[in-house]
Design a protein around this ligand. Structure first.
Ligand SMILES: [Zn+2]
Length: 194
């Protein structure tokens, strides 16, 4: 049976919520944002179900881009475009065993920084003060891979650290063929083994 993207999405939601609950044990019912937003730190949720691999990255924009304000200058807009292209080319960000024959099926990106391009022709209404200088923004990315040889899928190397040097640590929650695992990934410990 082939798992549907919906099921994998639900599993990702479950581990996101579970890890958020852990972080905030002491605060009872207070509602806090799911991600702590610490610069240098992101979270990586990953589900392997047969040959289907779903990965969710939630990261402060600063880790990937070097800034978090809405891109207004040409240079900043170009950086945002380049980042989107880099994330869309996710097969260079996650390295699978060649024998597993994995290919990238889908990438979905969302961030306030990605929503400024179109529908913005009413410039006369906008007076851009620098109020956003201190605001923070996250980037969320979903990646779906499909591997035809799932038996060979025994590890995934996370190449995000070399691609984005502003990323120091990724908090990992993974559900693999052998169960759930958590931990922390860094530039020198960037291998998830199943
Ligand atoms: Zn920030």
């Amino acid at each position: 049976m082939r798992p549907t993207p919906f099921i994998i999405g639900s599993l990702l939601a479950v581990i996101s919520v579970a890890s958020a609950a852990h972080d905030h044990d002491e605060h009872g019912h207070e509602h806090e944002s799911l991600s702590a937003h610490e610069h240098g730190v992101g979270s990586l949720n990953l589900v392997v179900d047969g040959g289907e691999v779903a990965i969710e990255l939630v990261s402060p924009a600063n880790n990937l881009l070097g800034f978090e304000h809405l891109p207004a200058s040409k240079a900043d807009k170009a950086k945002v475009k380049a980042l989107q292209a880099q994330l869309n080319d996710a097969s260079s960000l996650f390295v699978f065993p060649a024998a597993a024959d994995c290919s990238l099926e889908e990438v979905e990106l969302s961030s306030p920084l990605f929503e400024t391009e179109d529908g913005h022709e009413h410039e006369h209404e906008h007076e851009h003060s620098d109020e956003s200088a201190e605001s923070h923004a996250d980037i969320q990315a979903h990646f779906h891979f499909n591997c035809t040889q799932e038996a060979a899928l025994d590890q995934i190397q996370v190449a995000l650290f070399s691609a984005f040097p502003g990323t120091e640590r990724l908090l990992l929650q993974a559900i693999g063929p052998k169960g759930q695992q958590g931990g922390e990934l860094t530039a020198t410990q960037n291998l998830i083994r199943f």
